[in-house]
Design a protein around this ligand. Structure first.
Ligand code: GLP
Length: 251
């Protein structure tokens, strides 16, 4: 595991963008596992800029997103499909045929989950999986539970996640109660995993996930098992790690 220090959100975003860009440059036809949330927005801005400047191309990349809210259409402005178009896909040279996100409107949830696993399998897995981290340690929408679910599945969002994500919606009642999420399987099989975290609100869960007990009660703790894990975080998110394990952080 490498933990890369940055002073602030901009620095974290720059570090993370460099890690992802290096994978794309080394393997133009790579499979990118992508994430949503407020954490990756700055990183996506860097990638958009480098693509516009002609130093990075996504034209051969294939992508697979982590998750989607059940019940939201791709043109709903709170859907993750919309988020991805707005922050990345609509601004880079990616071929939209190569983009994959679970369908929030699928009539048959089980079939949608099976379809999504087959898509990931057919691509030969993920070259680099980007992850944010939820306040309760969720990755994608893999919420704390008594086992690590391996495949794509439908989850009931926890109260803590609904509370955290309500800031994006008009009201708490508008936050969907269910989501489809990639399971832990493709994440741990990814050739590289890039975890990003910013702000003091993530300090406790980041330390617990990376240095605490590996348990499905803290889904992100499984990342300790990943041989090539890169963590890009800012000083506020790293505050507890800097206090307890300063030697683990690269400045
Ligand atoms: C959501 C997403 C996660 C994301 C998490 C943290 O619940 N499903 O993929 O990592 O929020 O979001 P943020 O980066 O806004 O803190």
């Amino acid at each position: 595991m490498r933990i890369l220090y940055a002073k602030d959100y901009e620095g974290m975003s720059f570090n993370a963008a460099k890690v992802l860009a290096s994978v794309v440059i080394n393997k133009p036809g790579c499979v990118l596992g992508l994430a949503t949330g407020s954490s990756p927005i700055g990183m996506y801005k860097n990638l958009v800029k480098w693509c516009g400047d002609g130093i990075l191309s996504f034209s051969k990349c294939r992508t697979v997103n982590l998750d989607e809210y059940v019940g939201l259409a791709p043109d709903h402005d709170m859907s993750y499909a919309y988020f991805m178009r707005d922050n990345l896909f609509g601004k880079i040279d990616i071929d939209m045929k190569n983009v994959n996100i679970p369908s929030g409107l699928a009539a048959d949830g089980d079939a949608e989950c099976a379809r999504y696993d087959a898509v990931i399998e057919s691509m030969g897995g993920v070259d680099i999986q980007l992850l944010g981290i939820g306040n309760n340690g969720h990755i994608g929408f893999n919420e704390p539970c008594d086992h690590f679910p391996l495949g794509t599945h439908k989850v009931t969002l926890t109260e803590s996640t609904i509370e955290a994500n309500k800031r994006f919606f008009a009201s708490k009642d508008d936050v969907p109660r269910y989501a489809y999420t990639m399971g832990i399987g493709p994440i741990v099989r990814a050739r590289k995993v890039l975890l990003i975290a910013s702000g003091s609100g993530k300090a406790e869960i980041l330390e617990k996930s990376l240095f605490g007990k590996v348990t499905p009660e803290v889904p992100a703790s499984i990342l300790q098992m990943i041989p090539d894990l890169v963590v890009c975080a800012d000083e506020a998110a790293l505050s507890l790690i800097l206090e307890k394990h300063p030697e683990a952080v690269e400045r």
